[in-house]
Design a protein around this ligand. Structure first.
Ligand code: SF4
Ligand code: SF4
Ligand code: SF4
Length: 350
């Protein structure tokens, strides 16, 4: 791997020559703000929040798109850079509803976070504001374009990673907004409701409908594997007061930070009052709640009785694609090594 030596904020660093300035800064632990950047997507350089000063360059440069070069000297937080970032936030705030107090995104919104960090309290620009009808046609999420900052992440995720191309930018200039072709509404489009656009939206423009009332800081993140199929997508459950209130995709080897509709939105069953969470044993024709110890004891007793009467080969095990690979491994081990039969199958082998 070829490397180059650059200086960031007067500190020398050696980095691979195909790194962008943003990647090099990250390697050094320097946080450059971004709104439109996502390492999984082609660089877009649209929001301009990541601008830096590069010695010898006339204009500020977007660090997410500019590759490093040997001898480059970069300033990531100079006065000029900070003023440019403030101006961008000022412009974004000029056309944004000032309702953080009741906005569901408050506490996890990048625009809010950066306005706080860069001390932008109000806009210095006056003028027309967006006034779009909220598209609530999707059963799973809202599209409120009055809060959109045109970062394009939703459009690019839908096209580059999800490969559905359900949404794009409509119109141009001041009227640029994210929509379905011909404004037919999400529910009438080819959208598959994966919610990956919702997960990447840095502001409150795309928000889940299933959202319980919570602030992110009130929740605990619990990393887990999606239980819907065998792909094994990694996700973080957002848990408030012992109740799952939301799901965020995590970056696992099989899902690269993406989920499908089931993983992203199908979590209400977890808290559903009809859900069985204790074993039932049929006694005198009626199902009666029991302890796990009693249920397992009964299973072991019955298996042992049948095995001694009729042998191991009368058993067959049938497992589920909704278990993890590890669980399925243990299941076949139980049947082969424990019970003594090779008759093990799986519901996905249709
Ligand atoms: S999207 Fe962000 S900045 Fe806009 S109102 Fe909501 S929390 Fe505030
Ligand atoms: S939910 Fe999925 S398919 Fe639908 S617009 Fe968003 S990313 Fe595209
Ligand atoms: S809806 Fe969200 S993700 Fe899409 S362009 Fe607007 S701000 Fe960006």
């Amino acid at each position: 791997m070829d490397t180059v030596i650059i200086k960031i904020n007067d500190e020398r660093v050696e980095v691979p020559n195909d790194f962008t300035i943003l990647q090099a800064a990250k390697k050094m632990g320097i946080d450059i703000p971004t709104l439109c950047y996502d390492e999984r997507l082609e660089s877009h350089a649209a929001c301009r929040m990541c601008v830096v000063e590069v010695e010898g360059a006339r204009n500020l440069q977007t660090s997410c798109s500019l590759k490093v070069a040997d001898g480059m000297e970069i300033k990531t937080h100079s006065e000029r850079v900070i003023q440019a970032r403030k101006d961008i936030l000022d412009l974004l705030w000029a056309n944004h509803p000032n309702d953080c107090l009741t906005c569901e995104k408050s506490g996890e919104c990048k625009l809010q976070e950066y306005c706080y960090k860069y001390d932008v309290k109000e806009t210095t620009f006056e003028g027309k504001r967006k006034n779009y009808e909220i598209d609530d046609s999707s059963p799973f999420f809202y599209n409120n374009q009055n809060k959109c900052i045109n970062c394009g992440k939703c459009v690019r995720v839908c096209s580059e990673l999800q490969h559905t191309n359900a949404i794009g930018f409509s119109e141009r200039g001041f009227n640029t907004h994210v929509s379905t072709p011909f404004e037919i509404g999400i529910d009438n489009s080819v959208c598959v409701s994966c919610g990956n656009c919702v997960s990447v939206c840095p502001v409150g423009a795309l928000m889940p409908k299933s959202k319980e009332k919570f602030r992110l800081w009130e929740t605990k993140k619990v990393r887990t594997t999606c239980s819907y199929c065998g792909v094994g997508c990694q996700m973080d459950l957002l848990v408030k007061d012992n109740k799952v209130v939301g799901v965020q995709p995590a970056n696992g080897p099989s899902n690269n930070g993406l989920l499908c509709v089931k993983g992203k939105f199908g979590f209400n069953f977890i808290n559903h009052p009809d859900r069985l969470n204790k074993p039932l044993i049929k006694k005198d024709g009626q199902f009666v709640e029991s302890s796990w110890e009693e249920a397992y004891g009964l299973i072991v007793e019955k298996v042992n009785n049948i095995k001694s009467e009729k042998g191991s080969e009368v058993f067959a095990g049938f497992t589920s694609a909704r278990c993890t690979n590890e669980e399925n491994y243990l299941f076949q081990k139980l049947f082969r090594a424990g019970i003594g039969t090779n008759s093990v199958d799986h519901c996905a082998r249709l």
